[in-house]
Design a binder for this molecule. Structure first.
Ligand code: SAT
Ligand code: MN
Length: 588
């Protein structure tokens, strides 16, 4: 299965593929180092053979997925100097990548369809589209032809590779195999194909993750009537033993993994984790929305992870974990910003760039997007049903963002259609890209902006259509914001384990409790309905205030984003929800 998503491999047969195979140089024999080509299903074998003829690797290794194979692969990577052992833990490893290959590259991530509008809405007034990148089949064919022929050939003195060692003419920059100038992450949804070149970073090269489980799967889901979403899934049990499952979508830097593994601060409550990043959801024959996590592990951001912010993640990564671009301690451990662990006397730190580092240095010791990659089963609070093929029943969907101003701690959508609008209008503060100054509030509808596999307008139609499904019991939709600040810049809400108090209110709403009051933007907890016992002073007036001038500006921004970016493809129902919100804000 893994091979299907490997760089350059295609699922289609030659006769059916629009991409030409004829120009590939043929090689006489395919050297199979491990496994038996003859044992593969005919389609897979065909695919491997054609890919090998194209890329010309020195040998072919057919994965068997065994522990022995894993051990041998780690040993090989260690020998090649690509990873090093972290002796402080059990079977943990550190990879330091080329500093140019540290994150997803959105500008080089494309969806290939004959018609541009199948991939992206055409923005109004010639504005630059922000909802994905389209590439024509002809341009894509050319890009593939420029990159793949012979790309796995060793010892050729060229700096091109996809899986082979980098050999530069001149000083080697790093042993990390990558080709940042030529990186391309291509998706061909009509053919269910992914073609990835030039990057070893998780989101670009673990093709079962964002490429398949979100981009290709969102298109499959649209065709087949289900949902592939950028959502965590968690189970929450109240002190009386009543359990509910919720799914939640947050843009990056909003603490998705922390919420998925939360240790509730409310006594008697229990949270269990089903997944921290992706949810595949479909209605079962009883009309319940059921979710599975299609992943086997966690690929989480290391900086900021600590025994305080996420004790369960810290427990998960003590063994069998591959770290990338974190700092290393002289006693064979890992280190990063916000790990919240004092360095033992005499222990020194080497930064992700391989330089000596000490606390107080200006540059961070770990790359801000440094990661841990660990098996999900090691998380102490994995839900007993996390691998259940039928999935877990979802009662609520939570959208959220990092909003320093104006957006209350929690509100509930009036109904499904309003909830779809709330998802479309999601925004979040992110550390600005280099070309911006300071922090900016970015639109990130459904937290899916970099992951849509097809036109976002049609995605909205697909979500709206769930309402028409016969017998569907639609989950309730909520919006949360843990990050509101007061005038002095202090957080108004403690967050982390205390977020269980918000989940408690959501669960009580699901039970039918009359604990909400209507506001122009949605339903918020009635006075006293949020359990704040033992929390000390919380300024609920500020936490839930809805400044008219803020919301006037917010609806203006949402309108210009949706009408410019989604333009002709904006469903009339979503536009109607926007107009209804504008009217309510006007009357505030
Ligand atoms: O950057 S990745 O796509 O690999 C991980 C993530 O954003 O969830
Ligand atoms: Mn993600």
């Amino acid at each position: 299965m893994a091979a299907v998503y490997r760089p350059g491999l295609r699922l289609s047969r030659p006769g059916l593929s629009p991409w030409g195979w004829s120009s590939w140089r043929s090689i006489q024999t395919l050297r199979v180092l491990s496994g038996d080509l003859g044992q593969l299903p005919a389609g897979v074998r065909d695919f491997v053979e054609r890919s090998a003829r194209l890329c010309q690797p020195e040998g072919i290794h057919i994965c068997d997925g065994t522990e022995a194979e894993n051990t041998a692969t780690l040993a090989l990577l260690e020998k090649q100097g690509l990873i090093r052992k972290l002796p402080k833990y059990n079977n943990c490893w550190l990879a330091r990548t080329d500093p140019k290959d540290v994150a997803r590259v959105e500008s080089k991530t494309v969806i290939v369809t004959p018609s541009q509008r199948d991939t992206v809405p055409l923005p109004a007034g010639g504005a630059r589209g922000q909802l994905g990148n389209w590439m024509s089949p002809a341009e894509f064919q050319q890009a593939v032809d420029e990159r793949f022929p012979g790309c796995m050939q060793g010892n050729r003195g060229r700096d091109t590779e996809a899986g082979a060692l980098k050999i530069l003419t001149g000083e080697p920059v790093s042993h990390w195999p990558c080709n940042p100038e030529k990186t391309l992450i291509g998706h061909v949804p009509d053919q269910r194909e992914i073609v990835s070149f030039g990057s070893g970073y998780g989101g670009n090269s673990l093709l079962g993750k964002k490429c398949f489980a979100l981009r290709i799967a969102s298109r499959l889901a649209r065709d087949e009537g289900w949902l592939a979403e950028h959502m965590l899934i968690l189970g929450i049990t109240n002190p009386a033993g009543k359990k509910r499952y919720v799914a939640a979508a947050f843009p990056s830097a909003c603490g998705k993994t922390n919420l998925a593994m939360m240790r509730p601060a409310l006594p008697g409550w229990k949270v269990e984790c089903v997944g921290d990043d992706i949810a595949w959801m479909r209605f079962d024959s009883d009309g319940r929305l059921r979710a599975i996590n299609p992943e086997n592990g966690f690929f989480g951001v290391a900086p900021g992870t600590s025994a305080t912010t996420n004790p369960n993640a810290m427990a998960t990564i003590q063994s069998n974990t591959l770290f990338t671009n974190v700092a290393e301690t002289s006693d064979g451990g890992v280190y990063w910003e916000g790990i919240d662990q004092p360095l033992p006397p005499g222990v020194t730190v080497t930064s992700w760039l391989g330089k000596p580092w000490k606390p107080g240095d200006k540059e961070p010791c770990a790359h801000p997007n440094s990661r841990f990659c660990a098996p999900a089963r090691q998380c102490p609070i994995m839900d007993p049903a996390w691998e259940a093929p039928e999935g877990v029943p979802i009662d609520a969907i939570i959208f959220g963002g990092r909003r320093p101003k104006g957006v209350p701690l929690v509100y509930e959508a009036f109904n499904w259609r309003h909830g779809v609008f709330v998802g479309s209008a999601m925004r979040s503060e992110s550390t600005a890209a280099a070309e911006h100054k300071g922090k900016v509030i970015m639109h990130d509808p459904f937290a899916m902006r970099p992951f849509f596999g097809y036109n976002f307008g049609r995605y909205l139609e697909h979500w709206l259509s769930m309402e028409e499904r016969k017998g569907a019991r639609l989950p309730r939709i909520f919006h949360v914001n843990w990050f509101r600040r007061d005038e002095a810049g202090h957080f108004l809400w403690p967050g982390f384990g205390e977020n269980a108090r918000v989940l408690d209110w959501i669960c009580r709403r699901l039970e039918g409790e009359d604990s909400a009051r209507e506001t122009p933007i949605g339903l918020v907890p009635k006075e006293g309905a949020l359990d704040l016992s033992g929390l000390g002073a919380i300024d609920t007036t500020q936490l839930f205030s809805l400044p008219k001038d803020f919301w006037e500006q917010e609806v203006r921004d949402i309108r210009s984003y949706l009408t410019e970016q989604v333009n002709q493809d904006l469903p009339k129902e979503v536009l109607a929800e926007l107009e209804a919100l504008e009217g309510r804000v006007r009357r505030m």
